[in-house]
Design a protein. Structure first.
Length: 260
């Protein structure tokens, strides 16, 4: 892998919870790189460490050891304004349960990351409109979350995560609370954003259908890298990639350490 195209490097990352006999190793020395513009999927059973990994990258959790480098900079050294900029501008986070504020309209929820950095709604108007148009939520911009469908809420949450034009979009089970139709709409939108804007996306998912939209997938088992799949977009359809994903998922319980 060409290091010049790396946007993110994860080096020997560990995360341990608890102490003594109550210690649990959630991550056990995971290392990988992410290319700029890549759509990377992270898969594994419940408790495998995939969400812990994502939350370490988001600085919501502090790793026990190892490094996370964004464009060559170790994020563990970020403090104060630099850490705030990283969280607010360099990464976007899309949660499974939307996490919209109920007392704010969709427009105000989308605007929130910009407002925290002193940008007014007037200054951000065109950006909000462009994001809403891309994600097909213009008609609900002035509605509150209680007035929106689950799919509309998740697309509003995606607009909020993307409004600051982050280097990386982190998505934790983004289709987990959606039905199949709204899941497909969201995934189609994320795929379009990835391809047209060269936006780097890291998505944790347990859904093989969702994962088949990715260009590469890392499978995690018991806090370690178990397997890796890459899709060849010129010769492999999403349906064919799906079949390979399902095969690896079936092997996850077998315990074979088979990393390509």
């Amino acid at each position: 892998m060409n290091a010049n195209n790396d946007i993110l490097q994860v080096e020997s990352l560990t995360k341990t919870y608890g102490r003594g006999e109550n210690q649990t190793e959630a991550l056990k020395g995971i290392s990988f790189r992410v290319l700029e513009g890549e759509f990377l999927g992270i898969m594994g059973a419940s408790g495998s460490g995939k969400t812990t990994l994502l939350n370490c990258i988001a600085t919501m959790l502090k790793p026990t050891s190892g490094k996370i480098l964004l464009r060559g900079q170790d994020i563990s050294g970020f403090r104060g304004g630099k850490l705030a900029d990283y969280r607010g501008r360099e990464i976007g986070y899309l949660f499974q349960e939307f996490e919209l504020l109920d007392n704010l309209t969709a427009r105000e929820n989308i605007m929130l990351p910009l407002a925290l950095h002193g940008i007014t709604e007037k200054q951000a108007k065109s950006r909000i409109q462009a994001a809403a148009s891309l994600l097909d939520i213009v008609p609900v911009l002035d509605k509150f979350p209680s007035q929106m469908s689950g799919g509309q809420k998740q697309r509003a949450a995606a607009a909020r995560a993307l409004i600051s034009d982050p280097d990386i979009l982190l998505a934790d089970e983004p289709t987990g609370a959606l039905d199949s139709r709204n899941s497909r709409i969201l995934l189609d939108k994320l795929t379009t954003i990835n391809r047209t804007q060269n936006k780097t996306i890291m998505m944790v998912t347990h859904d093989a259908n969702a994962a088949s939209c990715c260009s590469r997938i890392l499978f995690i088992q018991d806090g370690q890298l178990f397997h890796e799949l890459r899709r060849n977009p010129e010769h492999e359809s999403a349906a064919e990639f799906y079949e390979r994903i399902v095969t690896v998922m079936a092997q996850l319980g077998g315990g074979s350490a088979n990393v390509l």
